[in-house]
Ligand binder design. Sequence first.
Ligand code: C6P
Length: 405
Amino acid sequence: MSLDVQALRAQFPILDQQIDGKPLVYLDNAATTQKPQAVIDALMAFYTQCNANVHRGAHHLSDESTRRYEKARDSVAAFINAGAREEVIWTSGTTEAINIVANGLAQKLNPGDEVVATELEHHANLVTWQQACKKAGATLKIAPIFDSGELDVQAFEALLTDNTKMVAFPHVSNALGTVNPIVELTRMAKKVGAWVLVDGAQGIAHGGVDVQSIGCDFYAFSGHKLFGPTGIGVLWGKKEVLENWPVWQVGGEMISDVTYQSATWGALPNRLEAGTPNIAGAIGLGAAVTWFDSLNTDDVRAHEQQLLAAATEQAQALDGMRIIGTAPEKVGVLSFMLGDAHPADVGFILDRQGVAIRTGDNCAQPLMKRFGIPGTARASFSIYNTLEEVDMLFSALKKAKMMLA
Ligand code: C6P
């Protein structure tokens, strides 16, 4: 079986439009994915049928809102094979999820302790650890990559010591598309007794994430990169780790008992979810994972690999095009430089032809510096993209090349 891409596309109303008279070719999926009708319907149904605050009201709407909201937590827990539903903590996205962990870590680190991350990091999985280390007087060590963008696993392992308290790495690099061997990296980090956080922002949308079999302590991701709404994400953590992690924000819902002078914290997941949550967002994300789960993961991956292979072949044949990120294990991300052209100029010309890509530092400035470039142009493919769209990307690029030569 393969994906019925035309049937899939029909479920994404936004794709059916023209930009300046040209059909939209949406290739910015690593920044955010488009939303299927099932997700739009779930959001609409929430606001038109049962909008009310959760866990608070003594009325029908609040009961129904709470039911849908907590059902979404069950859907996400099942989707990532969490050991328990209370291991799924709603956040505003990957960034907030990592901040929760880093904020808690800062309180647990001592001078002399070490945190290990990699050269591949998005700022969200780097600046967070920098700040935690600064607060605690700990040291941040960075594992190198090869020029292909593949992590140097031996060098990574060599950085791990008895002082290593936290190890963080991306499941998939947003800038290069590299897929990391996360099970192997986790096993190495666990040998020295460190906590492990996997930044799953880019890993989650390719299917097959099983947090228990990875063996990590934390896995963070955003709903909007998984066909869900913006402003909602997940921090998954092992129950016994989350139960002992310092609380993040304090306020309503996360407490157990409060006096004018003190407070005690409630149980998971509430202790890490202060205040009124993004109820609609959680329900939308629940709908997104249910929708995505109905697709066959092997088909999803095969389709993305087919698009990546076609794009890579055309890139290699285009004089002056330099691919940034050629690791053997990659998702459908093609980062590149087009001759000496500034990526922003390439993006602008492509946009005039209906082709949407990302340009810039990919929120990974140290990684761009590592390659000696200001940034890249980045085309990123999803399940609803077609081989015809890959061709349209390259005919637009050829035009850009002529104009910028
Ligand atoms: N990357 C991209 O275009 P938020 O913004 O919290 O949803 O996700 C942050 C984040 C963390 N880690 C990785 C690996 C990411 O790719 C991202 C978001 C987008 O590449 C926007 S910068």
